[in-house]
Design a protein around this ligand. Structure first.
Ligand SMILES: Nc1ncnc2c1ncn2[C@@H]1O[C@H](COP(=O)(O)OP(=O)(O)OP(=O)(O)O)[C@@H](O)[C@H]1O
Ligand SMILES: [Mg+2]
Length: 269
């Protein structure tokens, strides 16, 4: 795929895999999402950037129905899922592979058991087959032969890769990455970027990556969206976002403080 081509609003195979329409979510008095519209086009990697606390993880949780909106609607493959009964949801849940923000491995299980766990839980397969598939997924993320190790014995980068192997254990159609490179040094972060590209290429999945790591965002993205104060305020490509006119986007992308944050600092002096 030509990564420099403008991909904004490109839906190469018709209907987007996911569509959020006017999604609103608040926790108590805190309005986190205030009318979010977005699509995840088939086969592409969409990156969502935004400052800490902006609501990026909350968006991902709406896509996989870990959260339900207070207003608006969420569609998966054209079907409205935000109000779907649990029984129907159970059928589509295996389509989603979620790499959680804090890798969240089971510390009392071996690496192999961690990866085999979702396979055994959701599919009618023998333990032997689950172990075989777990080994296959670990190989895909470049971690052959560590099935017997415990998570505590691994580095942060390896733990992320094990969590990624577990996220793809059920051959998902949609992979959601929440801060996949946070806490990793630049070379290890880049291994994760390369894996995101590899999985998209080899598994033909649709992906959404939430991050505030701009190097990662521009490397893996076909499209970049920016969430700011509860709304998507920018949609563009890795190239176009670097030249965006919007001051809020420019500040974020180039790592400068937002004007209003500076003003509040001055006010606090
Ligand atoms: N289950 C919840 N109950 C109450 N408040 C919540 C809940 N989940 C998220 N929030 C609040 O919603 C806001 C957005 O949270 P979210 O985790 O989506 O931020 P984020 O953009 O992912 O930030 P970060 O980059 O730090 O991960 C935060 O203020 C958070 O405290
Ligand atoms: Mg988050």
């Amino acid at each position: 795929m030509d990564r420099s081509a403008p991909a904004t609003n490109v839906h190469p195979n018709g209907e987007p895999v996911v569509r959020l329409e006017g999604v609103r979510k608040q926790f108590g008095k805190l309005v986190v999402l205030n009318g979010v519209d977005l699509t995840l086009p088939r086969g592409l990697t969409t990156v969502i950037i935004g400052e800490s606390g902006a609501g990026k993880s909350v968006i991902l949780k709406h896509i996989v129905r870990l959260l339900q909106p207070d207003g608006g609607a969420v569609y998966y493959e054209g079907e409205r899922i935000d109000n779907l009964p649990e029984r129907r949801l159970a059928k589509i849940r295996p389509d989603f592979g979620f790499l959680f923000q804090l890798s969240a491995l089971f510390d009392s299980m071996t690496v192999g058991e961690n990866v085999a766990f979702p396979i055994l839980e959701h599919r009618q397969v023998t333990r032997r087959e689950a172990v075989r598939r777990a080994r296959e997924k670990l190989a895909l993320v470049g971690l052959e032969g560590i099935e017997k190790q415990m998570p505590a014995e691994l580095s942060g980068g390896q733990r992320k890769r094990v969590a990624l192997a577990r996220a793809i254990a059920q051959d998902p159609k949609l992979i959601l990455y929440d801060e996949p490179t946070t806490g990793l040094d630049p070379p290890r972060a880049d291994v994760i970027n390369e894996l995101i590209l590899k999985l998209q290429h080899e598994l033909h999945v649709t992906s959404v990556v939430v991050t505030h790591d701009m190097a990662s965002a521009t490397k893996v993205a076909d499209r970049i969206l920016m969430l700011y104060q509860g709304k998507i305020i920018y949609e563009g490509t890795s190239r176009s976002i670097l030249e965006a006119d919007d001051a809020r986007v420019r500040c974020f992308v180039h790592g400068r403080a937002f004007e209003e944050d500076l003003q509040s600092l001055q006010g606090a002096r």
